[in-house]
Design a protein around this ligand. Structure first.
Ligand code: CAA
Length: 385
């Protein structure tokens, strides 16, 4: 039985920041951000959005009454949870109006957990072929104003349906997971921003990619030439380049050139949105599929990485007509609204974090279909517009 990604959709906030303006305000050469880091624009989060509203918005784009009937399980992968106990998947299931006979759960391992969620979903479908699993990767990447990580912030959600006879990508059997107890990036329970050893994290990322890819090659006997493209977790687009070049070294033949060209296609959306943590690899996949002309039957490699740290390399085979099962991201990004650095700084500080006060937000200017209205008696109040 073929199992894999049947449909995908992406959602981000309506506001964005131009990183050339941020560079000027921070006294940094803009080329450092646009070339050195590889980021142009960054999604900005208004207080009326969080992982629940973004996750529900992405999922709404791919659901139809017919597809909804088969959803047995909703898994939300995130490291920006809104509650230490209750799963964000329950709020999302409610906002989407899915049946109460649905399993709902949240998964965590930094940016890696959406890949674990897909493996979990694959297992559910293998045992119950008539069922579909809704996997949502939703995050808000926050490092803090005036920190080295600031340029690598971002926000958004990717929703995916995992089912038999998928329309986008059939997952192949061999996957290689790799984990080690290290401290490259973490967020203690009392912190609203991540702590990070940035340079160390980039080195560990590359090491994990090489470990998992080499083991994959040993297990399958496959060569680089067997791949139409490799996609990467992309906390910032230069990171994907560092991963690929770590593998290619000085190789410059036709295969290497093809993988470089496809990498550029996979970076385009991340450049305009920023880091999505759990959703980042899957936004790269959507970017590749919407900005290249890969043929059905092509093999795509996916490298997932989450700090702490865990990596996984796995592969899928592209299905005929895949382009009809995703929302058109470039078109949707055209309608975003640019904010100034001053507005971004104000919005950054007004997000609902560890604050225990009752609060009500003005939701009138937020065009997304789901909004966070505020907090009352320690409960977040959501609205479907
Ligand atoms: N023109 C062009 N390039 C320039 C430049 C200029 N004027 N000035 C600097 N650069 C280049 C540098 O040469 C460097 O390039 P290389 O990395 O290729 O050498 C690049 O810009 C960045 O410069 P610095 O190393 O000086 O940057 P920094 O010290 O400000 O920090 C960072 C960069 C470590 C990535 C930081 O942004 C950070 O901590 N980010 C968050 C952590 C992160 O994303 N880690 C990724 C792996 S962990 C992970 O993937 C999980 C996750 O999502 C967090």
């Amino acid at each position: 039985m073929r199992i894999g990604i049947d449909k995908m959709a992406f959602a981000t906030t309506n506001d964005y920041l131009n990183l050339v303006e941020l560079a000027k305000k921070r006294g940094v050469d803009p080329n450092k951000f646009t070339i050195g880091i590889g980021q142009d624009l960054q999604a900005v989060i208004p207080p009326t959005q969080d992982i629940v509203t973004l996750g529900a918005t992405a999922a709404k784009k791919l659901l139809t009454p017919e597809l909804e009937k088969n959803i047995s399980t909703v898994i939300v992968a995130t490291e920006s949870g809104i509650d230490n106990s209750k799963a964000s998947a329950i709020y999302i299931k409610h906002l989407l109006g899915l049946s109460d006979f649905t399993r709902t759960v949240e998964m965590k391992e930094a940016c890696y957990s959406a890949t674990a969620a897909i493996q979990f979903a694959k297992g559910v479908v293998a045992l119950n072929p008539q069922e579909t699993v809704l996997v949502i990767a939703a995050d808000i990447a926050r490092y803090g104003l005036n920190t080295p990580g600031e340029v690598t912030q971002g926000a958004g959600a990717v929703a995916m349906l995992i089912s038999r006879n998928p329309h986008i990508l059939t997952l192949e059997d061999t996957t290689v997971a790799y984990s080690k107890d290290i401290m490259d990036f973490w967020r203690p329970l009392y912190a609203t921003e991540a702590l990070v050893d940035g340079k160390y994290s980039t080195n560990v990322y590359i090491e994990f990619f090489l470990q998992t890819f080499t083991r994959y090659q040993q297990l399958t006997g496959r060569e680089l030439a067997d791949f139409a493209a490799l996609t990467f977790h992309m906390p910032f687009t230069k990171m994907g380049k560092k991963g690929l070049e770590g593998l290619l070294k000085d190789r410059n033949d036709e295969v290497a050139q093809r993988l470089r060209t496809q990498l550029t296609a996979s970076q385009l959306f991340s450049r305009q949105i920023g880091n999505l943590y759990t959703g980042s690899l899957y936004l790269s996949l959507m970017s590749l599929l919407q900005n290249s002309d890969l043929r059905a039957g092509s093999r795509i490699g996916l490298f997932s990485y989450g700090s702490g740290a865990e990596g996984e390399f796995y592969t899928g085979i592209l299905e005929d007509g895949y382009e009809h099962y995703m929302n058109n991201i470039q078109e949707e990004l055209k309608h975003r609204h640019q904010v100034s650095v001053a507005e971004y700084e104000k919005l950054f500080s007004s997000q609902l974090g560890m604050n225990d006060q009752d609060i009500e937000f003005d939701v009138a200017n937020d065009p997304l279909p789901f909004v966070l209205k505020g907090q009352k008696d320690h409960q977040r109040i959501y609205e479907a517009k």
